[in-house]
Design a protein around this ligand. Structure first.
Ligand SMILES: Cc1cc2nc3c(=O)[nH]c(=O)nc-3n(C[C@H](O)[C@H](O)[C@H](O)COP(=O)(O)OP(=O)(O)OC[C@H]3O[C@@H](n4cnc5c(N)ncnc54)[C@H](O)[C@@H]3O)c2cc1C
Ligand code: SF4
Length: 337
């Protein structure tokens, strides 16, 4: 597939990138690693008039802040996250999530910012229509929705497939967002709109600058699982990320955060499952009950050929196992995250 003509500008600083976006308006897009945007441009799902490349902007390596938080530049390549000793030691769940993405080649190019800001996916969206079928769907500005014909024009059930987002949500990360008016901070969950048509809440001239994760408390553990058919170079069938903290008795859950990916138009929290865990003794029956509740409240959208029933069963099984992982880590590795 041959790419259409477009303009290309290269920013030397994040501020310059934002100024260029503000000047160029809605027809411009940021280009980080390009591993999501360029295939979407080839499929003519995105047709920006100009790309503002972030390649010339210096990327700071991940570093610990004075309060023990870890700051990660949004331009950090996923492969560098996997390799960074600070991430391996302090945020191993994030290293595991980065390692789960695509392939070596994708991770060497793809950035953490681009991963969070990636487009949602749908079998009917990620195809070029001139060799599949002619009329575009709602998300491409057309008048139908192929997998869900009863959808109204303001509803699109494409799925957010980021592997990294669920891990960062379980870690309760915060974001630094740079816009024409300066910097603002937001919780990571606020980045996602929940609409398949326009999945992010970023303003037209805003850029994700960094991700920060606060230090983990004691008696804390994590679990992460991405289900796939092949085990590599593949978007997730489902992604489960769990963080939980135990009371000093080592049996009762003080706090739990569960995030699921590849389930809906945005990565999801599981509030019912979390509330079944918090304050309870984490015996096998409680873990099963929480996993069952988490799968039910996720109400996954069928995607990439997987049925809702299959995805619900998958979530029930793997959320249960991910909870077990987190529990055993919380017991064994005081303060691990
Ligand atoms: C074959 C293949 C397999 C893949 N497998 C996976 C997978 O298993 N899991 C997964 O999560 N992803 C997967 N991806 C998607 C993608 O490669 C990754 O998510 C990658 O991390 C995207 O990062 P990027 O820097 O290349 O983003 P880009 O393609 O450069 O950008 C993606 C989007 O984010 C915007 N953007 C980029 N940086 C910023 C920023 N700092 N601030 C605001 N907006 C920004 C861009 O404008 C664009 O809209 C796959 C892609 C391919 C082609
Ligand atoms: S779910 Fe969204 S992307 Fe998929 S066909 Fe319907 S409108 Fe298009």
């Amino acid at each position: 597939m041959i790419l259409f003509d477009f303009g290309y500008e290269r920013a030397a600083t994040a501020e310059e990138a934002v100024a260029r976006l503000a000047r160029l308006g809605d027809d411009a897009r940021l280009l980080a690693g390009g591993t999501d945007l360029l295939p979407n441009m080839r499929a003519e799902l995105a047709m920006p008039a100009t790309l503002v490349s972030l390649e010339g902007i210096a990327c700071e390596p991940p570093r610990a802040l004075a309060d023990g938080s870890i700051r990660i530049d949004a331009l950090t390549r996923l492969a560098d996250l996997e390799r960074a000793p600070l991430i391996a030691e302090r945020l191993p769940m994030l290293a595991a999530a980065a390692r789960a993405v695509g392939s070596h080649q994708i991770r060497e190019m793809g950035t953490i910012g681009g991963n969070l800001c990636q487009e949602t996916r749908c079998l009917y969206l990620n195809q070029r229509h001139d060799y599949q079928f002619a009329p575009p769907c709602f998300k491409r500005g057309g008048e139908c929705c192929y997998p869900f014909p009863r959808n109204k024009s303001d509803v699109c059930w494409s799925v957010h497939m980021s592997d990294v987002a669920p891990a960062l949500i379980a870690l309760d990360a915060s974001l630094e967002i740079l816009g024409a008016g300066g910097t603002r901070r937001a919780g990571i969950e606020d980045l996602f709109s929940g609409s398949g048509l326009r999945p992010l809440t970023l303003g037209p001239a805003e850029l994700l600058r960094s991700v920060t994760v606060a230090p983990r408390p004691a008696r804390w553990g994590w679990g992460f699982h991405k289900s796939t058919v092949r085990g590599g170079l593949e978007y997730g069938m489902s992604v489960c990320a769990v963080a939980l903290r135990l009371e000093p008795d080592g049996r009762t859950c003080a706090e739990a955060r569960i995030a699921l990916g590849a389930v809906r138009e945005r990565p999801l929290r599981s509030p019912k499952a979390e509330s079944l865990l918090a304050g309870s003794v984490l015996d096998p029956a409680r873990l099963t009950q929480a996993a069952t509740a988490g799968a039910a409240e996720a109400n996954p959208l069928p995607h990439h050929g997987f049925t809702k029933r299959h995805l619900s069963d998958n979530l029930k099984i793997y959320l249960r196992r991910t909870l077990e992982q987190a529990l055993s880590r919380a017991r064994e590795e005081e303060g691990a995250c």
